[in-house]
Write a protein that binds this ligand. Structure first.
Ligand code: ADP
Length: 259
């Protein structure tokens, strides 16, 4: 049995194809999300990688911010459910998952049975989300992918005290104008995201093991600062940005096997 999860996010589209609920056969990602041709492209990439067509897939489950727009879905499931399933698949025994995507951040408490127990979410403010990093990367004429390496070169991270993205932009400009090294400013930006996400997480009882998912998880500087803030190791897997799509494929497999 083949199940496909498609995660239509605010900035990216991801697909995962799972065989018999056990092994991932294809994982694809496109850097354009809801309202673009990214979801269709990620879907077609997955089928092309497998040399298959839609008819070969037993069940398609859509998740993510744009899941309602995927007309071809057999099922739909929330991002919370799917990230939780993806996280527990990769890290059995996981108790806390911190998902930081393009426009929101979610922290999920998971019980010993691997089910979501509680969650908190920030979808009101760009600070503490990928959007904050995207804005800062554009301001600094860099890519978000280059941030972790730049932050690692910092000897004295700048303090970015403004919690509002718009004010933080002015703060970054004035720090650079005052002679701060760009790597110190970038390290400060990464810490600022980690502090915002960490304070969201502290609204729950953060139990280890903890992992990060979503695109921002790819940034080692954010992960390290989050781990320091929460006083707990933060696990990472290179498929972290795909946990939602993987979880959607797992959800579909679970539903089909009960039929
Ligand atoms: P969504 O599902 O909302 O589209 P994703 O989980 O795919 O979000 O994450 C997208 C976000 O990840 C973008 O805002 C981008 O800034 C961020 N991102 C991608 N790569 C990196 C990276 N290497 N370091 C930090 N952030 C990253």
């Amino acid at each position: 049995m083949l199940t496909l999860g498609i995660d239509i996010g605010s900035t990216t589209a991801k697909c995962a194809v799972l065989e018999d609920g056990r092994e991932f056969r294809a994982l694809t990602l496109r850097d354009s999300g809801v309202g673009t041709d990214g979801p269709q492209a990620a879907f077609e990439d997955a089928l092309t990688e497998l040399g298959m067509s839609r008819g070969d897939i037993d069940c398609v489950c859509a998740t993510g911010y744009g899941r309602a727009m995927w007309k071809d879905a057999d099922l739909r499931a929330s991002e919370l459910t799917c990230h939780c399933l993806g996280g527990v698949f990769v890290f059995p025994g996981l108790r806390t998952l911190i998902d930081v995507g393009g426009q929101d951040a979610k922290v999920i408490s998971i019980d010993v049975g691997g089910n979501m127990a509680e969650f908190v979410m920030n979808d009101k403010c760009a600070a503490g989300t990928g959007r904050f990093l995207d804005v800062m990367a554009a301001l600094l004429h860099r890519t978000v992918d280059s941030f972790a390496e730049a932050a690692a070169r910092s000897k004295s991270p700048a303090s970015i005290s403004n919690t509002c993205t718009v004010f933080a932009e002015s703060e970054v400009i004035s720090q650079l104008a005052a002679g701060a090294a760009v790597e110190d400013v970038i390290a400060g930006i990464c810490r600022s995201v980690a502090t915002r996400v960490g304070s969201l997480a502290r609204r729950l009882d953060v139990k280890a093991p903890v992992c990060m998912s979503g695109g921002v998880a790819k940034n080692a500087a954010v992960r390290a600062a989050l781990s320091e803030y929460l006083h707990v190791p933060v696990l990472y897997d290179e498929r972290a940005q795909l946990f939602g799509a993987m979880g959607a494929a797992i959800y579909a497999a679970g539903r089909r096997s009960k039929e």
